[in-house]
Design a protein around this ligand. Structure first.
Ligand code: URA
Length: 226
């Protein structure tokens, strides 16, 4: 199992927004109960313009959990995480890293799509600290119930949601760090970044993403499987 490292260059930031968000996630129940309750979440205003809550999916006791930022346009319409262009790229990279998607749990820091209109399109809008904070209760419950050995934070929003502080992605990517007892975290880029990177740099950026994902592979064989 790779050894944990402390994150480099982290900046302290409050884990919780100034005003505590309403607690709506049930404290008890299994993952299906919590997923069901999340469908009615109104802990922040994002529900109003989203089609539906997009909760995490995957085996209840997956050894690896992948965390993205928030559902995109396709995820919002279909109700499943990472099924749009970024999801297709993620699937390809996972396959190349030797990780079967059906063996991992995939979720997001924020469970509703935040967007703004641009002509006929719904343009992704980065979730703010208050929205990430309000949604953290769902991620917390997923972490408790799935109890993965490794959580992969894809991008800065996921890293911040998991670590509670701004953590530079580039300086920390691909390293296994301690999250809390029995759980480790590894940061990498968000697959959407690979879709935006200039053509000349795309192959290398993609290869580095696959290399980061390979770091997660030993955790699939974790002996502490429940
Ligand atoms: N981007 C994310 O962060 N999550 C998704 O589910 C899709 C795109």
């Amino acid at each position: 199992m790779p050894a944990p490292h402390p994150p480099a260059g982290t900046k302290r930031a409050p884990r919780i927004a100034k005003q505590a968000p309403p607690r709506v996630a049930p404290e008890s129940g299994d993952l299906d109960d919590v997923r069901e309750a999340a469908h009615d979440c109104k802990a922040c205003p994002l529900w109003a313009n989203a089609t539906q809550t997009v909760f995490g999916e995957g085996p209840e006791h997956a050894r690896i959990m992948l965390v993205g930022e928030q559902p995109g346009d396709q995820e919002d319409l279909q109700g499943h995480p990472f099924v749009g262009p970024a999801g297709r790229l993620l699937d390809k990279a996972l396959a190349e890293a030797g990780i079967a998607r059906e063996r991992i749990y995939v979720t997001n820091a924020v469970k509703h799509f935040k967007w703004e209109p641009r002509g006929k399109r719904r343009l992704h809008k980065k979730p703010g600290e208050a929205e990430v904070s309000a949604c953290h209760q769902w991620l917390e419950r997923e972490l408790e119930l799935v109890a993965p050995s490794l959580v992969v934070a894809m991008g800065a929003t996921a890293a911040r949601a998991l670590l509670g502080r701004t953590t530079p992605v580039e300086a920390n990517r691909g390293r296994v760090m301690s999250l809390h007892a029995g759980m480790q975290v590894m940061i990498t880029v968000h697959p959407s970044y690979l879709l935006r990177v200039p053509d000349a740099l795309r192959d290398e950026a993609y290869a580095r993403f696959v290399k980061d994902l390979r770091v997660a592979l030993p955790f699939l064989k974790d002996a502490h499987r429940r």
